[in-house]
Design a protein around this ligand. Structure first.
Ligand code: SF4
Length: 193
């Protein structure tokens, strides 16, 4: 019998595959609908996420929730799943290191396999570069959709960048979320799955 997302989450909760295991409060595996059509992938947990054990629950998460509702009419947990590239908080909110992202990647790939979203929105440089397998930065990558393993991938800025950057980045994320909404509205055919 294949493992469920809940089974995998329990397994991941004891993960020690990389040094971030030593500084985390808890593993932040992900949250939402285990069969969601839409999956957001961010960078890694921050302080509040580490404390609560849930992704995107700080200011960035509140902004993501607002933009998701305003541009897509969607709420987290309702046909939406949210996760990060690394499941444990990097100390002092530093960037995750390449070996940490590599070590954590199998958890993300298992999530993608089990959830099987139709549309993926990558939030910021780390997730966008990881999934698209490129060194090109998010400001160059965003603004279009990409075919990705039979799905549609929409790279956009991380909400933290919107909080820092204001109106310009906000408008860009809004436009990207509209792209994701349009991709979700496309009928599923054997040609695009
Ligand atoms: S970041 Fe990922 S690979 Fe590293 S300990 Fe946490 S769950 Fe395991």
């Amino acid at each position: 019998m294949s493992a469920s997302l809940a089974d995998v989450s329990v397994e991941a909760s004891g993960c020690t595959r990389c040094p971030l295991a030593g500084s985390r409060t808890q593993v932040v595996f992900g949250m939402g609908d285990p069969h969601a059509d839409l999956m957001f992938i961010g960078e890694g947990p921050g302080a509040e996420e580490d404390r609560q054990g849930l992704p995107f629950v700080g200011r960035s998460g509140q902004l993501l929730d607002r933009l998701m509702l305003e541009e897509m009419g969607m709420r987290r947990g309702e046909n939406v799943y949210i996760a990060n590239c690394v499941k444990c908080r990097p100390p002092a909110n530093r960037d995750p290191k390449p070996d940490e992202i590599t070590a954590c990647r199998p958890w993300l790939e298992t999530q993608l396999d089990l959830i099987d979203p139709r549309v993926i929105v990558t939030l910021g440089n780390f997730a966008s570069k990881l999934l698209l397998g490129t060194n090109t930065g998010i400001t160059q990558l965003r603004g279009r959709t990409y075919p990705w393993q039979g799905r549609v991938l929409v790279p956009t800025l991380h909400p933290a960048a919107v909080l820092r950057g204001g109106g310009g980045p906000m408008a860009q994320v809004r436009a990207d979320l509209v792209r994701a909404k349009l991709a979700l509205a496309q009928p599923v055919t054997s040609a695009n799955r």
